[in-house]
Design a protein around this ligand. Structure first.
Ligand code: PMV
Length: 320
């Protein structure tokens, strides 16, 4: 049996919370329309420190409350009526890169605020972090936020375990389940091309309204379902084949990018397979290294102009 992460305990201010980023292995975009997704929390983190103050500011900037929609929404939803806060945030997760910087920021804020308000359990924290991200972004699924709250590998709308929790939006319910960790190391690489998750999600939504949309969505769902099973069984060859199929589908719905394709080509000799990860249209790729070729893979991606990281599964958001 998996030992699940404990609730976020109560603490008086000052509090500090640290959240991992995430990497989507299978099912991005399709998850927004109810299909399964497999995601894991990565060991690149965002840390938020909160203490009481005379005015609310983030990294010394009082205008951040107005300018940063994640912070504004987090304060409105999880700190309404509370005293002003001096907030500091530091992050190793590249921004707008598909590696979960916004989910990590939302989860770390929700955990810090929840702790200072008497503690919060993981199911409630996952809902709060999703509400913050969804309000700020306008569209999207709880895949990213639930993964950074749970840590490890997580299936949305799939998998075989008893659900950890469910997350709701106005029109949909998503189930979140634990997937066992096969113990693999992955490599992600940022293309350096920033993009908007909201714009990419809306464009794919329009693409899926075409005549072949339902068929495409069913294919995304099949790949993710089989992928969740293959990861849970530690079947690397099966995962590699499914990563390739998922990338073909993502190309088909128009979210690949020449820079992503260049990184995928550069990765090929040292990777069992690779695909874009996250919203695409820029952002990052994820590759499953040929065992023993991790350093070669990092070197190849860096030479092709990417910003590579070797990543492993991380624990979920926690106080530090
Ligand atoms: O914003 P990103 O690049 O981390 O990707 C989010 C994944 C999507 O499926 C495209 C959107 C969502 O909210 O699930």
């Amino acid at each position: 049996m998996t030992l699940e992460a404990p609730p976020i305990p109560a603490r008086a201010l000052p509090v500090s919370a640290r959240s991992p980023g995430k990497c989507i292995v299978f099912g991005e975009h399709a998850v927004v329309h109810g299909a399964p997704e497999l995601v894991f929390a990565i060991d690149l983190h965002t840390q938020v420190f909160a203490r009481s103050s005379d005015t609310t500011r983030l990294n010394s900037d009082p205008n951040a409350v107005r300018r940063n929609p994640y912070l504004r929404t987090a304060l409105e939803r999880a700190w309404a009526g509370g005293p002003p806060l001096d907030l500091r945030a530091v992050s190793r997760i590249p921004r707008a890169a598909g590696l979960g910087s916004s989910a990590a920021f939302a989860a770390a804020l929700a955990a810090a605020f929840g702790s200072a308000r008497g503690g919060v359990d993981r199911a409630e924290l996952a809902q709060r972090a999703f509400d913050i991200e969804r309000d700020a972004q306008g569209v999207g699924s709880p895949g990213d936020t639930s993964t950074v709250v749970a840590g490890g590998y997580v299936a949305i709308n799939g998998g075989a375990e008893v659900p950890l929790w469910t997350v709701r939006s106005a029109d949909r319910v998503w189930e979140v389940r634990r997937v066992s960790d096969p113990g693999w190391v992955w490599v992600v690489a940022h293309s350096g091309i920033p993009r908007s998750t909201g714009d990419a999600v809306r464009a794919v939504g329009r693409r899926l309204e075409a005549a072949d949309g339902a068929e495409l969505l069913a294919e995304f769902a099949k790949v993710a379902r089989e992928g969740i099973r293959a990861v849970a069984h530690g079947d690397r060859a099966g995962v590699a084949e499914l990563l390739r199929r998922n990338q073909e589908l993502l190309r088909e719905v128009g979210v690949s990018h020449p820079r992503l394709e260049a990184l995928l080509d550069a990765a090929a000799p040292a990777a069992e397979a690779a695909k874009l990860t996250g919203a695409g249209a820029g952002g990052s790729i994820v590759a499953l290294p040929v065992p023993g070729q991790e350093t070669e893979l990092v070197r190849r991606l860096a030479r092709a102009g990417g910003l590579p990281f070797v990543v492993r599964p991380s624990a979920g958001v926690e106080l530090v």
